[in-house]
Design a protein around this ligand. Structure first.
Ligand code: GDP
Ligand code: MG
Length: 358
């Protein structure tokens, strides 16, 4: 997947053609735009799909479940369609307030979206048993009746021969009246274009919700915090990850470089030691890897300072959750299609990553 030097943005503008009377009288193609919720168990590959569709690594992925905590709107704009994706945290049994909040966010996304994508995964073993996972039935039930829905079966690269997929597809197709059932490999990028085509047909007619070159409505500082969190998840042992949050303390654009200071909040004093590592080695590695990704996204040199703070039980304390950005009132509202609001939205999103960071 190309992560540097993305292609020059192509504004969604109709190409001028040499005039012929037939072209001059032709109606413009219908443009469709709307929001799409990506729902499914943790680890089925929702963030990987989003990254594959965007062609840039925006959503963080990991082999630890529950990596995604926010609703990341990844924006995919094609000639005649714009899909605004809400990446949801994935349903799971909530063990604390953070877990509950994550389930609420996913449920809310299912209610708010124009089209719901329910994602599940297969491997050789589950394909052989051919059944539907009970958790999947529960998640499907949270999608309001009548909501246009697609079922996406991910990780089909793990199943050989492909005939093994047929009974699985059949079992899922019986669960709900869905518009389409799409087998994909988000990791390899196969089948993902069909998702765009199928969702496109279901979205309401309307103009762009976001500018064609934008890929997210989140500010750059959000992604820098996520990149740091991703490196912590990748490099630490099982006990640390779920107690980690990252905040950005400073974000200053200089002439030569952008100075960013982040704090990694951990739940226990002992986790602090793990993240800092011997002589600070682990923290340096985390910082270097996160800085490289931040430089790619920003298209500028970055000076990244990383601090670690023990913040006991932050994931159960409403006040601390709010401070860390997990309890900020209602989840993001559906973007409006009207003119004046669009301007306001743009100002609020100043600094959002666009497709041409360099
Ligand atoms: P999420 O929790 O649903 O967002 O899942 P992630 O996107 O973080 O993916 C979880 C894990 O599954 C990661 O290790 C991915 O690399 C892996 N994964 C995702 N999609 C595929 C796929 O199509 N094939 C295979 N083999 N692995 C995948
Ligand atoms: Mg995810």
């Amino acid at each position: 997947m190309p992560s540097s030097a993305p292609p020059t943005p192509v504004p969604a503008k109709r190409v001028e053609r040499a005039s012929s009377s037939a072209d001059e009288t032709r109606e413009p193609a219908t443009f469709r735009a709307g929001t799409v919720a990506l729902l499914g168990r943790p680890n089925v590959g929702k963030s990987t799909l989003l990254n594959s569709l965007l062609g840039e690594r925006i959503a963080i992925t990991s082999h630890h479940p529950q990596t995604t905590r926010d609703r990341i709107a990844g924006i995919v704009t094609k000639d005649d369609v714009q899909l605004v994706f809400l990446d949801t945290p994935g349903f799971h049994s909530a063990k604390n307030r953070l877990g509950e909040r994550m389930n609420e966010l996913a449920k809310q996304a299912a209610a708010d979206c124009d089209v719901a994508i329910f994602m599940t995964d297969v491997d050789a073993k589950t394909a052989q048993s051919g059944g539907v996972r009970p958790e999947d039935e529960k998640i499907l039930a949270t999608i309001p009746a009548g909501k246009p829905t697609l079922i996406v079966l991910n990780k089909v690269d793990k199943v050989h021969p492909k005939e093994l997929l047929f009974p699985v597809l059949e079992a899922y197709s019986k669960l709900r009246d869905v518009h389409a059932l799409v087998p994909v490999s988000a990791l390899k990028g196969s089948g993902v274009e069909r998702i765009v085509a199928e969702v496109g047909k279901l979205l309401p007619e309307g103009e762009h919700l976001y500018d064609a070159e934008e890929i997210s409505d989140k500010p750059l500082r959000f992604f820098v915090a996520e990149f740091v969190r991703e490196q912590v998840l990748k490099r630490t042992r099982q006990e640390v990850p779920h107690g980690v949050a990252v905040t950005v303390e400073a974000f200053e654009d200089g002439k030569k470089q952008t100075r960013i200071a982040v704090t990694v909040h951990v739940a226990k004093e002992s986790h602090k030691g793990i993240i800092i590592g011997d002589g600070g080695k682990m923290l340096r590695e985390i910082g270097t890897a996160a800085r490289k990704r931040a430089e790619q996204l920003l298209g500028a040199k970055v000076h990244l300072e990383t601090w670690v703070k023990a913040n006991p039980r932050w994931f159960d304390d409403p006040k601390q959750l709010a401070e860390l950005g997990y309890e900020e009132g209602a989840p993001a509202k559906r973007p409006s299609r009207s003119g004046p609001n669009k301007k306001k939205k743009k100002a609020a999103r100043a600094g959002s990553p666009a497709r041409n960071p360099r």
